[in-house]
Write a protein that binds this ligand. Structure first.
Ligand code: UD1
Ligand code: CA
Length: 523
């Protein structure tokens, strides 16, 4: 991102010093997130729509927390409880307390009315009222921290009462237009909303990005003076700009160099546009951090994911939620991981879908593995093709290589789970546990009727249905005894009119089926 350019700082000799990283003293942040977002045509509040896997509002809230610490208020309204839950869950520490204050706007009477609801939040406490407020829309997830720091810097340097962030867009439709004064300084005179703009104003391409810094002593007294005299009958926050001008106060503006950053999400098209930009930012972040992507644009990484150095992502990998991947891993194509923790040196072959599971160092998965929530694959364990697991702990070095379902199971170290092994964990009503000790060998096609325990070192013969606990080091075998009938097959072929072994497969469909229906089988 190029640095934002201040339009009105030319007279400023020395920028006010400010810690570029830390919290800003005296600053409070208000995030407006009460609107329904009609233009989204959705049942869900607009600010809850995810961008790179994270509710849109959390981008503004996160920015607020980085700048103002615990002095952040979010105004909620439409689906208030849901929005509140999402914010509290995302911002709570280990104690379960969120530093974010949530206030409710009972009726959505406009952005000015929304900010007014936050008045009581910062009025209490020993620290005194905030000297400045940063006001953010809840629908501008591309906004960068350093842009906001620049906005604050200009606000101080200009001794402004209100400072507004603007962007010049090719298509300004839907945005508030920035009307500049005719004076030499071309300061911001007012902001006119799209619906209220005359044709001359509609031609203006400089728009309000919905991010403002306002002096504490001015903000609420100005908000109280707002009138809903506009096309939408709403209390517009943007009207504080001409109120400031009218009372001889200074209004400053910072224009974005990269207008993308000001993109507000009002429609699904804009949501898709913003998603693309954020996804690219995330890819670049991990490429810069030492992750290899064979085809970056096909890799989808949520904002909340972490990836270690020298990990290689093949095309079409999707990493979601709170997934954490270690170093030196290889994820082949069409792997989707959701809320998974992957150790170092893990290889995951193509087409694996895994959720809420842990995979330890050096483990090997896939192809075609399905891990449902609650799986632990311990060090150097192997899970092979067409294996599904749920709430199962696969011990160190153990292998489940082919065609299995393992649910509600604890498996020790060095265990071999034969092809086609199934834990029958569900009787249609309740779920039951299976326990398999260290060093057990399960032959192919074993069924374990839970609850059941197989002691360490036991061997289960292929095809066994295990209904009783197996003692350690025992052999369990449960099969129908085999009977061999000498010459039976040859006699049947003879009944088919002398078809010999070589031509049997060719003739089978026609003659054989007819014969077996009409004639009795040989015994
Ligand atoms: C707003 C600005 C517009 C600017 C644009 C930038 C106003 C009047 N207009 O318009 O100048 O160009 O943002 O993206 O401010 N909200 C509430 N309560 C309400 C109404 C809205 O909390 O009563 C919240 C919404 O949830 C949203 C934000 O305020 O997060 C902005 O509202 P929205 O309706 O999207 O405003 P725009 O029409 O985009
Ligand atoms: Ca908007």
């Amino acid at each position: 991102m190029r640095r934002p350019r201040a339009t009105e700082v030319s007279t400023v000799k020395k920028p006010v010093s400010q810690d570029q990283q830390g919290k800003i003293a005296g600053l409070a942040v208000v995030v407006m997130a009460a609107g329904l977002g009609k233009r989204m045509r959705s049942k869900q509040a607009k600010v809850l729509h995810p961008v790179a896997g994270q509710a849109m509002v959390l981008y503004s809230v996160g920015l607020g927390l980085r700048l103002a610490g615990d002095r952040v208020a979010v105004v909620v309204g439409y689906q208030a409880d849901l929005v509140r839950q999402v914010i509290v869950r995302a911002t709570s520490g280990k104690s379960g307390d969120s530093p974010v204050a949530i206030v409710e706007q009972l009726e959505q009477l406009g952005t000015g009315h929304a900010v007014l609801q936050s008045r009581s939040v910062f009025a209490v406490g020993k620290r005194g009222a905030p000297s400045r407020y940063l006001i953010l829309n809840g629908d501008t997830p591309l906004l960068q921290e350093r842009t906001v720091r620049e906005l604050l810097r200009v606000h101080e340097a200009e001794r402004a009462t209100v400072t507004v962030l603007t962007a010049v867009l090719a298509d300004a439709r839907g945005y508030g237009r920035v009307v500049r004064a005719h004076s030499a300084q071309r300061g911001v005179a007012r902001i006119v909303e799209d619906r209220d703009a005359n044709s001359e104003e509609q031609a203006i391409r400089e728009v309000n990005a919905g991010t403002y810094v306002v002096d504490g002593e001015f903000l609420f007294s100005a908000l109280e003076k707002l009138e809903p005299s506009n096309a939408q009958g709403e209390y517009y926050l943007t009207d504080i700009i001409h109120l400031a001008q009218d009372s001889g106060r200074r209004v400053a503006a910072v224009m974005l160099d990269n207008p993308n950053e000001g993109l507000g999400v009002n429609t699904r098209r804009q949501l898709a546009e913003v998603e693309q930009v954020v996804r690219q930012q995330i890819r670049n972040r991990w490429l810069d951090a030492g992750v290899t992507m064979i085809d970056p644009t096909s890799v989808w990484i949520d904002n909340t994911v972490t990836i270690g150095k020298d990990t290689v992502l093949y095309p079409n990998v999707t990493l979601e939620g709170n997934t954490v991947i270690g170093e030196d891993c290889v994820l082949r194509s069409y792997v989707r991981l959701t809320n998974c923790t992957i150790g170092n040196g893990v290889e995951i072959l193509d087409h694996c879908v895994c959720a809420d599971s842990h995979i330890e160092d050096g483990a090997h998965l896939g192809p075609f593995v399905h891990l449902r929530p609650g799986v632990m694959v311990r060090k150097k364990a192997k899970v092979g093709n067409f294996v599904e697991m749920k709430k199962t702990d696969l011990g160190e070095g153990s292998k489940a290589n082919h065609l299995s379902y393992l649910g509600d199971t604890t498996i020790g170290k060095g265990v071999n789970i034969g092809a086609g092994t199934i834990t029958c964990n569900y009787d249609g009503v309740r779920k039951f546990q299976t326990v398999i000790g260290d060093g057990v060998f399960l032959g192919s096609d074993t069924q374990l009727i839970a609850p059941v325990t197989v002691g360490a070192g036991a061997i289960i013969a292929a095809g066994t249905t295990v209904t009783e606990d197996v003692p350690a080091d025992a052999l369990a075998i449960g099969r129908v005894p085999q009977v061999n009938r000498t010459g039976w097959a040859a006699r049947r072929r003879a009944l088919q009119g002398g078809v010999n072994r070589d031509t049997l497969t060719v003739k089978r469909k026609t003659k054989f089926t007819r014969l077996t229906k009409k004639r009795p089988m040989p015994s």
